[in-house]
Every structure is written in C-alpha cells, then in structure tokens.
Write a protein that binds this ligand. Sequence first.
Ligand code: ATP
Ligand code: MG
Length: 401
Amino acid sequence: MNEIIMAFQGEMVLKGLNRSSFESTLMKITRRRLENVGDFKVYKAQSTIYIEPKDEFADVDTAFDKVRKIFGVAAVCRAAVCEKTFEAICETAEEYMGDQLRECRTFKVEARRADKSFPMKSPELSKELGGFLLSKHPHLRVNVKQPDIVVYVEVRDFGAYVHGPKQQGAGGLPVSTSGRALTMLSGGIDSPVAAWMMAKRGLSLHHIHFASPPYTSERAKLKVQSLGQLLTDYTGSCNLYVVPYTKPQEYIRDNAPDVLFTVLMRRSMMRIARMIADDISCEGIVTGESLAQVASQTLKALMCTDLAQDLPVLRPLIGMDKTEIIEIARKIGTFETSIMPYEDCCTIFTPPHPKTKPSLEEIEEAESKMPQLKELEEAAAKEVEIIRLRMGEEAPLAAEV
Ligand code: ATP
Ligand code: MG
C-alpha cells in the first residue's frame, strides 16, 4: 500500500491572482523542509499539495511532523493512494482503516468525486463503500451525524485517496510571501514567540541580537543562537546577527540621565537594527514588546522607540498577557530554552526607577549631549558577527534543556 501526505491550503486560496505564486512558494518551502527527511515527490493539484515518498527509506512520520509546521498549510492528513476503481478503493479502505474501524462502534463514509470521469457519483460511492465496510465489520453501525470515525475517499486526477480525519496545520501564509523583516531576538520568552507569529503571517525573518561582553556571557549568546535554531523549524534557514553592543551601552550609561537609560538604549538598538536591515533588505523590525509589561513598553516609551528610525516596528504580542505568550512558547518548543538563566544586555545597567512616561524632547535633548553615540553605533553595526542557522541542525544548548 502506498501512503502519502496531503497538505491542504488555507487562506492562500483567497489570494486571487497571486494564488499561483503563493502555491509555488509553498511547494518550494515544502521541498526544502523535507530535504533531510528522504526522497519525496511534491506536487500540487486542486488546492492540495501531495507529498509522496519515492522509496521505502523516506520517513513519512518525520515528514508529517515537518509538514504540520509549515505556514500556509491549514490542514494535513496521511492517506493511502490507490487506483481509481471501486474494487481497489474497497480493498485499500479495509487495509488502511480496518484496524481503526475495529476499535469504533459507529462510522460513516464521505466520498468526493473531483474526477467526474469516475463512473460512480459521490453519494453512491459513499453508500457502496459503507456497505462493503459493514460487511467486513458487522459490529459497526452507520451514524451520519456523530460517527466515531469518518472514512474519507477522494477520487482525484491522479488517483483515489483514502484517509481518516484531517489534522490542523500551522495555518497562516507561506514564509516570504509577505516580505522580509528583522527580529530583535533576546534570550527571553517573548521575542521567539513574536518571531513565530510574524513568520506565520508570511514574513521571512533574520534575527538580530545585542550582546555586551563581558557583562553578558558566551552562554547567553549560545542561548539566543539556540532559540534561533529552534525557530528554523518554522522560519527555515536564516541568519543571526550578533552586534557587539558594549561600547554604545557604556557610553549611554556614562553620559545620560539614569532614568532615561532604557529608552535611550532601545532607540540606539533600533538605529543599529535599521542599519543592518538596510544591508540585508529587511522592510520591518519585529520585537517581543507587550503593552505595559515593563517601563520601556508604555505608550510614551514605545513612541520614543518608534521615532528612532523609519521602518515599521511590528509588535505581535502588544495585546497579549504573559500567560498567553507562555502558552505559545510551550507549544512551539522555545519555552524551556528561554527560561535558562543567562543574562540579557537589556537588564544590565538598568536604573531602579526608569521613567515610564519619557517625552521625546527630553530624550532628544539627552541624545544631543552624546555626540559620539552615532559613531559608536556605526562601528558596532560594522563589527556584527553573522551566525548561520541551518534548518535541521541541533540547537547548541539542546542537551541541557
Ligand atoms: P524577551 O522576553 O523577549 O526577552 P523581555 O520582555 O524580557 O523580552 P525587554 O527588555 O522588555 O525584554 O525587551 C523587549 C524586546 O526588545 C524583546 O522582546 C526583544 O524583541 C528586544 N530585545 C531585548 N533585549 C534584546 C537584545 N539583547 N537583543 C535584541 N533584542 C532585544
Ligand atoms: Mg518582554
């Protein structure tokens, strides 16, 4: 018996004229995600992507897990393929679903004949296949409203497909169909979740991280690298840009009022992120900020941060509670790494009572008294370290989680 994976498209189906480019991106991504899993044939027909193992070494279990994580896939199922004859469909349904039918008390068959040259119409195929399965499993009863299990049969262009219920896919849009952005990735819980949410809306991402050695350690950097690596399951391969931020950070600490330190630092990070974004054609900056979570995330502080540069700042967590964010972090597999206890540069030098409502005037005045800041920021951007995150590789701290 031939088992394949069927991935059903979601929102993309509504994209009108752009639909075919969305579909080909989704196929390209699917092929890339399965590169290390085995030899698969990937093709599309009727809003569905078919993933067929080419030999017995292709690992369908792992492929199924990978496909479930691909944005743009609304639902996914495994299916048995057979010839488009009633006899073959009966035999395949029994062989593929027989074990499950033995465990159930009620069932129904839902057949769909997309290929109109198949001689039986959908209701007739449902009824006849139902009769066949009943003859094999006399304990079963048909229940059309609330069956324990539904046996689906789809007669399509390339064959007939028998499968059980579909499972939910990752939803969203294929990565890269919405453009490219730069995630400000700290080692915390929030920013990896923000990255996942924006990748889900079709953004292709690179990440930027600010490190301040010796105040922050090599372990802290490895933690961020691990988070970026874990995210490659969703984002695909990408780069992590690590900015040596010690000098600008010390300069701000030594030359500006304490209470404004955090917002000044965040504006400075935004300006550096903007420089890197420019070099790698990113059209937006993603952060894990959530309204009022800390002093630098009040409306006034966010306004000051926004006005430091001109790219749109995307904050998908802005209206979320920490508990909701943690729930997603657990679901996507970043939580355990995020709670490893390594310091972030945003938490060093922070004053005990930061100003929660800074005005742009006082911020700009403070910046006017730091004439060398721009130069230090440019130098930091130039010294950026590029770490390549390859999909399918192990996260550096994986063994410790
Ligand atoms: P997270 O939970 O993601 O660490 P946080 O609430 O602990 O966030 P804040 O200091 O409030 O951290 O920072 C808010 C946002 O600023 C983060 O979500 C992240 O997008 C960005 N950020 C903070 N620190 C860094 C850093 N060292 N490098 C890059 N981005 C950072
Ligand atoms: Mg946060």
